[in-house]
Ligand binder design. Structure first.
Ligand code: ANZ
Ligand code: ZN
Length: 838
């Protein structure tokens, strides 16, 4: 007894769980199986508060399901390949592997210190050949199945560092290290055929009813299915081999509002123009410079170059449209060419303003608004067609259908579907990734590495003193003989995008044979993941790629399911106040102290201005390192605070006051657990409260509303504290310990032992409740005199009419109103109302 000392208790119980192998998942178990997974961390150095919040939530579910009698798989591993390790190598002259494995060791200890119920036997790191070798095997399976191919594609090229840059290394069109304007270059790269699955991936979203709607919408938009019309414009004034241009539109109904046709800078028409004309050539070059990301293209100023060619309007041979090369038309969407309707598309509107092209209205809210001019912005909403010949008066939908019908009949176009989704480019010109297991032979072409030669292991002896890919310049690694003809050949030196590593790690967690990526039967015992938890920043790419990988493996018969994650939850961020010194520099929370309403820089004594509450980040210096906090308050207080203050999908503001409150609560529970609770007799009120809490906490955890569960537990603790010792109170304390076990597991174990219970509470049953005790036994009776509400009274449920009448008449307020008179009539609605007619 005395105070609960987390520094002793935390270690004690962590050791006991490990000894008892409490969290080892047994795939042979007959219990129902539940797979709980949090997105595995990138081993960047240390655990941060975001990790703590994420893993605490998953841990509550895992422990709760285990107590409910499920066999739970709750694994942990490391998303260990990627750029930061190479950056560290360049900056600090350490090998990326050394840096990564050291970080893993630190972070593993930090996670263990928090007491998460993890099956450490299944730990994996994606940078381990024992992991990525299987990834290479899977890649080759997809290659065999025709789902992998190689093609030329544009990359960001840093002309000073002579290296390929990832999109996030291009800042305002410049290389992040060199500061040189980035160029686009063509390189042969590897792709996965995710577009083959575009429709499936879209349709599959409908079945994911345990996913947040916003994530489903984001994925839907990313896949971006558009129905429309693809059709040909005849060209005039062009060379013999370029007599037509194909365009794609989702708004065929606006065809009479066309003011121009525009093609992408790498469209054949643009290339032909560039060959013939120096100015066109310069413009095409200008479009090439700059980053390749869609966001960059979207925000850039709309610019064009008018070619000498004209397009003939499909419904009027006398109507000619100028043909431009435009920087906002993408080569790899639709056909790489469009017709522009400035009145009803904002990009076209800006373009028309700049080049003084007509802006016509062809859609209006109603036909009588046909002559309203278009204002300061394009109107993209549908309506009815106006100023559009035979389409006039039709709704936008009808008009589109009519144009498609006529185009198909006349043979110059057809209704089609376009997807925004592109095939997944997985080539990275980097060292710290999974080597792509292909050998290039001048005779045989691209030859898969034979499976007996897997894994293709990264060479250790590499240097980062010069830019570029160390695999490329390694003296021996890439020189091999062709597996098929035996001639001298070279290895592929590209490595796989790290999103490939995270597209199947949950399968490997479920089953880890040495000789294969996973065993299908074994994996299917656990998959799909019942509850997946992570940040919303992975809502699109990671989840889409993992869904694709699952479907691809299903297609080639490796796995019998289409969707990997049944339930998905995206948690909010951990935020903190920000602090700024007089010179505008950011100060960290431990450099400042509070002085009444002011903040002071501890070292200089100067005043500090309080900034906004923002996501913890290195740039704003408002991070709080979990490790010293855990050392000071213990794991349970930190876990409890992570769950208590905000709904889990919202941001949580870290505060000293909050963690201290959580720590006080831990001691309060400990005092209860060590108090004299037992005594004579029962306590009906406390019993009802207890059963209601058991029901409500279970319901809250089921619904991932951890803050509600916490609020219920606060209430129960207060109720127990107020109750006199009794048999019920002793029972209530015991049940309380079970209920807090998923959230504050060390405290719960210590208390459980203190109560004299045998075994671990982590392995105890989840408490049950009696539904009969949930029903409220008291009702509120409304008492009216002559139809007016005069009083409300508490009464036992099911009170007889006569007794209700008697109770109402006894009310002081009623007696005052009646002033001794006998009521003429009394109307009783049982359990609801008594109306006295005077
Ligand atoms: C004429 C039109 C009129 C259009 C109008 C829109 C509004 P979503 O819905 O995203 O699929 N477009 C087609 N291919 C393009 C490309 N390669 N690069 C840039 N823009 C392209 O967008 C389809 C619309 O985007 C198409 O419909 C086309 O412009 C443009 F009032 O055609 B629309
Ligand atoms: Zn060969």
């Amino acid at each position: 007894t005395g105070r609960f000392d987390p520094n002793v208790a935390d270690r004690r119980w962590q050791a006991r769980w490990e000894e008892a192998r409490s969290f080892a998942a047994d795939s042979e178990s007959a219990k129902p199986k539940t797979y709980v997974l949090e997105m595995f961390p990138y081993p960047s150095g240390r655990i941060h508060m975001g990790h703590v919040r994420n893993y605490t939530m998953g841990d509550v579910i895992a422990r709760y399901r285990r107590m409910q009698g499920h066999e739970v798989l709750h694994p942990m591993g490391w998303d260990a390949f990627g750029m930061p390790a190479e950056n560290a190598a360049m900056e600090r002259n350490v090998h990326p592997g050394e840096w990564t494995w050291a970080n893993i060791a630190t972070m593993r200890e930090q996670l263990k210190r928090l007491g998460f119920a993890l099956d450490w036997d299944r730990e994996l790191a994606t940078c381990d050949p024992a992991y990525y070798g299987h990834e290479q095997a899977l890649f080759l399976d997809l290659f065999e199945a025709g789902l992998v191919y190689r093609k030329e594609s544009e990359v960001n090229w840093d002309p000073v560092d002579m290296t390929v840059l990832a999109n996030e290394q291009v800042i305002d069109g410049k290389g992040w290290r060199s500061g040189a304007p980035v160029e686009r270059r063509k390189l042969a790269q590897w792709f996965l055929r995710i577009t083959d699955f575009a429709d499936e991936l879209l349709e599959g979203l409908k079945s994911l009813d345990q996913w947040p709607d916003k994530v489903r919408v984001m994925q839907e938009n990313w896949i971006g299915k558009s129905r429309g019309l693809q059709f040909r414009f005849r060209l005039t004034g062009s060379s013999a081999n370029l007599q037509e241009v194909d365009v794609f539109t989702t708004r065929p109904d606006t065809i009479f509002g066309a003011s121009f046709v525009a093609v992408a800078a790498s469209h054949p028409i643009a290339l032909a123009a560039a060959e013939a004309d120096a100015d066109a050539h310069a413009f095409v070059e200008e479009c090439r410079a700059g980053g390749t990301s869609a966001a960059e293209l979207e925000t850039a100023e709309k610019k064009g170059f008018q070619t000498s060619v004209e397009a003939v309007h499909p419904f009027n041979p006398d109507w000619r449209l100028p043909v431009y090369i435009a920087n906002f038309v993408l080569m790899d969407y639709g056909t790489g060419a469009i017709f522009g309707v400035p009145g009803h598309d904002q990009r076209d509107y800006e373009f028309a303003k700049k080049y003084k092209l007509p802006i016509r209205r062809v859609v209006a809210a109603s036909t009588d608004q046909a002559s309203e001019p278009i204002g300061a912005e394009a109107e993209n909403a549908p309506g009815v067609a106006v100023n559009s010949d035979f389409l006039d008066g039709l709704t936008s939908g009808q008009a589109s259908a009519e144009v498609i019908r006529r185009a198909e009949q006349a043979g110059w176009g057809r209704g089609t579907t376009a997807y925004r989704l592109r095939d997944w480019g997985v080539s990275r010109q980097r060292y710290w990734g999974t080597p792509i297991p292909i050998i290039h032979c001048s005779v045989c072409g691209a030859v898969p590495v034979p499976s007996a030669q897997l894994p293709v292991v990264l060479p250790e002896d590499v240097s980062f003193d010069v830019p570029g890919n160390p695999l490329d310049r390694h003296p021996t690694w890439k020189y091999v003989s062709c597996p098929s003809c035996g001639e001298a050949a070279t290895r592929e030196t590209d490595t796989l995008d790290t999103f490939v590593d995270s597209s199947w790690y949950f399968m490997r967690f479920a089953s880890q044979p040495k000789d294969r990526p996973f065993d299908r039967t074994e994996a299917e015992k656990w998959l799909p993941v019942a509850q997946y938890i992570g940040g919303v920043e992975h809502a699109i790419l990671h989840l889409l790629y993992a869904r694709f990988w699952t479907r691809a493996l299903q297609r080639i018969g490796r796995l019998g399911m289409a969707e990997p994650f049944k339930g998905l939850f995206t948690q909010g961020m951990v935020t903190h106040e920000t602090y700024r010194a007089g010179d505008g520099s950011w100060l960290s929370p431990d450099e400042v102290r509070r002085d009444g309403d002011d903040w002071i820089h501890i070292e200089s004594g100067h005043p500090v201005s309080l900034g906004r509450i923002e996501k913890m980040s290195k740039s704003k210096r408002n991070t709080v390192d979990p490790e010293p906090i855990v050392a000071k308050y213990g794991a349970d207080a930190v876990r409890w605070f992570m769950l208590s203050d905000s709904p889990p999908e919202r941001d949580l503001e870290w505060s000293e006051a909050g963690i201290e409150g959580a720590s006080r609560f831990v001691q309060r529970v400990w005092r209860l657990a060590t108090a004299e609770n037992g005594g004579e007799g029962e306590d009906e009120t406390l019993r009802r409260k207890l059963h209601r809490t058991v029901a409500a906490v279970g319901e809250a955890i089921d619904g991932l509303q951890f803050n509600k569960a916490v609020a219920q537990l606060y209430e129960l603790v207060s109720a127990i504290e107020k109750a006199a010792p009794s048999q019920t109170r002793a029972e209530a304390v015991r049940t309380l310990i079970q209920l807090i076990a998923p959230m504050a597991p060390h405290l719960a174990e210590e208390a459980w032992a203190n109560l004299g219970e045998a075994g671990l509470v982590a392995e105890a049953d989840w408490p049950s409740f009696d539904p009969a005790l949930l029903v409220d036994d008291q009702v509120t009776l409304a008492v009216q005199v002559n139809g007016k509400l005069r009083d409300t009274l508490m009464a036992p449920r099911g009170l007889e009419r006569a007794a209700a009448e008697e109770l109402a008449l006894a009310s002081e307020k009623v007696q005052r109103l009646l002033a001794g008179a006998t009521p003429r009539k009394v109307i009783v609605v049982p359990d609801r109302l008594v109306n006295i007619v005077a």
